[in-house]
Design a protein around this ligand. Structure first.
Ligand SMILES: [Zn+2]
Length: 147
């Protein structure tokens, strides 16, 4: 599948609307090792568009793990649950920062945190370092976390 072309203006809009935070794990772009990219929240393959409403600013870790997925299975009840949607959902309803862990509060939070690898060891290490340097969460991330 061809990679959709997103022009510079659209990329700038998505980045500034997100305050340069990954809209999933809320890390600030300037403190990520690999930067941020533009995510199709609902992938093209699942019918998502390249309109601003379907685009999210996303760190390379979250983007790589999410891929073209739109959700996952909650095995205890064999139910498909969609991922957290940065345009539809409030971060603080689905996640809570607990020291360096991003704890899910809902099944949407649970599948999102699991598949996007929020609490994988390298991510926790990165978050711990940023927390110790008072670079995570940023003031903008604190607002989204409703702290
Ligand atoms: Zn992220």
């Amino acid at each position: 599948m061809d990679r959709p072309y997103l022009n510079k203006e659209l990329r700038r809009l998505v980045a500034s609307r997100a305050d340069f935070l990954c809209e999933y794990c809320l890390i600030e772009e300037k403190y990520t090792a690999l930067g941020c990219t533009i995510d199709h929240i609902i992938s093209i393959k699942h019918g998502g568009s390249s309109d601003a409403d379907n685009l999210a600013y996303c760190c390379v870790f979250c983007n790589r793990f999410k891929g073209s997925d739109i959700g996952s299975i909650v095995w205890k009840n064999k139910e498909f649950i969609r991922f957290y949607h940065p345009r539809w959902d409030n971060w603080s309803e689905h996640f809570q920062l607990d020291d360096s862990h991003i704890q899910p509060l809902t099944t949407i939070g649970e599948v999102t945190a699991r598949i996007l690898g929020f609490n994988d060891q390298p991510r926790l290490l990165e978050r711990r370092i940023l927390i110790s340097k008072k670079r995570y969460p940023s003031s903008s991330a604190i607002n989204k976390m409703n702290l």
